[in-house]
Design a binder for this molecule. Structure first.
Ligand SMILES: Nc1ncnc2c1ncn2[C@@H]1O[C@H](COP(=O)(O)OP(=O)(O)OP(=O)(O)O)[C@@H](O)[C@H]1O
Length: 331
């Protein structure tokens, strides 16, 4: 992926420091609909910020405000060190945007799409062709480069769309639900491309409905619901706020869960299960060190463990917990 962001059309603004995306108490209303309600998020250079939320949560509205397509109603936001209200043109020169509605002209070939955008950005004929070639190669689109984009699969079209958004060497890349509707292998390919971009120093804001995507790509996650940030942090921090770790045990006889349960309760644990005749028990724990305490406790009462599994909370658990608190987040 070397050279993907080169040659950059723009250099970072010297005053931008390390924060490439910053929204501070941003609100946006459409009449009586509060699409964004005092949203604050930020992303450092070379990091991925994921906005996670269901349909209508406000993700696209925030992307539109940050990419200067929509004016904010109140608050303050900056991208690459420039204020969205005062310096929209400086921001537009420094960003790439891949939306849910692809910006690809499907009547043109992949190559012509790239050349066209490079020419629109001011490149000469030769430079535009060479930039197109570079991107076609890097996105593995060379073999389909001369086919009309209307004949591309969903995965190819997304890749072309992303390639088009990178023609100008943007410092900040906005990806609005980049993998919605893609098959697993196309999704994986796109994730690898995004990781390559970040390695080269790009800052990425990604909106997604997929927890797995946020978990894999994001350095920090903001969960949006009804226009508000209802949780934020790293994937691990979010998981830690809700989920407890668990040890799931399978025991060697039908009466073992009852004996094991009593012993574990005596040792201060709160095991679940075992009452319905199954040989399984789930024991919530706070630290991995407690796994040893669980095993020791069972050993002392002579209960044999046939299987033991350690479980970390997932982002799904985060979502489920938030769903209980905020009815509009789907579980
Ligand atoms: N132009 C508009 N006029 C009025 N209401 C709007 C407009 N655009 C968005 N909204 C409303 O603002 C809220 C946030 O919408 P937004 O598109 O930002 O959500 P989203 O999280 O991106 O969802 P999706 O994944 O469906 O795009 C929704 O209630 C939506 O109906």
């Amino acid at each position: 992926m070397s050279g993907l962001l080169m040659p950059p059309v723009t250099q970072p603004d010297p005053g931008s420091g390390d924060l490439m995306i910053e929204a501070d108490a941003v609100s946006k209303s459409y009449g009586t609909v509060h699409a964004l309600d005092s949203v604050s998020v930020s992303a450092r250079r070379g990091s991925v910020l994921a906005l996670l939320g269901h349909n209508g949560a406000g993700k696209t509205t925030l992307v539109n405000v940050l990419t200067t397509a929509l004016p904010l109603s109140s608050g303050r936001a900056s991208v690459a060190g420039y204020d969205v209200t005062r310096d929209p043109f400086e921001i537009r020169r420094r960003i790439g945007l891949t939306g849910q509605f692809a910006s690809v002209d499907t009547q043109l070939s992949g190559r012509d799409n790239l050349v066209l955008i490079a020419r629109l950005l001011g490149a000469g004929r030769r430079a535009a062709r060479s930039r197109a070639e570079e991107l076609l190669e890097l996105f593995e689109l060379t073999t389909v480069a001369d086919r009309r984009a209307s004949g591309y699969s969903g995965g190819l079209r997304r890749r072309l769309d992303l390639a088009v958004s990178l023609v100008g060497g943007p410092q900040v890349i906005f990806l609005d639900e980049p993998t919605t509707g893609l098959d697993p292998s196309s999704r994986l390919k796109l994730w690898e491309i995004v990781e390559g971009l970040v390695e080269q120093g790009a800052t990425v804001l990604l909106t997604t409905q997929y927890l797995e995507e946020a978990d894999r790509l994001a350095d920090s996650i903001a969960v949006l619901s009804a226009g508000k940030v209802v949780a934020s942090g790293t994937a691990d921090e979010l998981k830690a706020t809700v989920g407890r770790r668990t040890v799931t045990l399978t025991l060697d006889s039908d009466d073992a869960p009852a004996r094991a349960g009593a012993a574990l309760r005596g040792a201060g644990f709160a095991p679940v299960g075992g009452e319905d005749g199954t040989r399984g028990l789930v024991v919530p724990i706070d630290t991995t060190r407690e796994i040893a305490d669980v095993i020791r406790t069972l050993d002392q009462v002579g209960v044999e463990i046939t299987e033991l599994a350690f479980g970390e909370p997932t982002l799904d658990d985060v979502y489920l917990t938030l769903a209980e608190q905020h009815a509009r987040i789907p579980a």
